[in-house]
Design a binder for this molecule. Structure first.
Ligand SMILES: [Zn+2]
Length: 119
């Protein structure tokens, strides 16, 4: 009769497998691009694309009039954002500081893409 209880270790093994899956997902979230900063060439491209102006556009307002001097990761590098052109935007010093490592909302990215068509 005691052998009938051996089904329990099997159950534990299955839940242990689920834990491993969680660890893997966490490792994926912590991935970082080995390239920390945009290259000079990438920055020049961003400047040309944005006409040298900061790309920050507050909701229901016009685009920031300041000169864009810093290449910024739209999705922060520290949170797994790659250092690639599609993830870059040109910001003025003030807006780059203010954004720091916040992840932008999907709405922000969508509005940025829409504004870019009008540059
Ligand atoms: Zn700005």
């Amino acid at each position: 009769m005691r052998n009938g209880r051996l089904c329990c270790p099997g159950k534990n093994r299955r839940s242990a497998g689920r834990v491993t899956g969680d660890v893997k997902r966490q490792a994926k979230r912590r991935w970082r691009d080995p390239t920390r900063f945009f290259s000079w060439g990438q920055k020049q491209q961003l400047i040309r694309q944005a006409n040298g102006r900061c790309e920050h556009t507050p909701p229901l307002w016009f685009r920031c009039p300041a000169e864009g001097t810093e290449a910024d990761h739209i999705h922060p590098w520290s949170r797994g954002g790659p250092t690639e052109m599609w993830n870059g935007q040109l910001l003025c010093r003030r807006h780059n500081r203010r954004k720091s490592n916040r992840v932008p909302s999907p709405l922000y990215s969508w509005r940025l893409a829409r504004w870019r068509k009008r540059y």
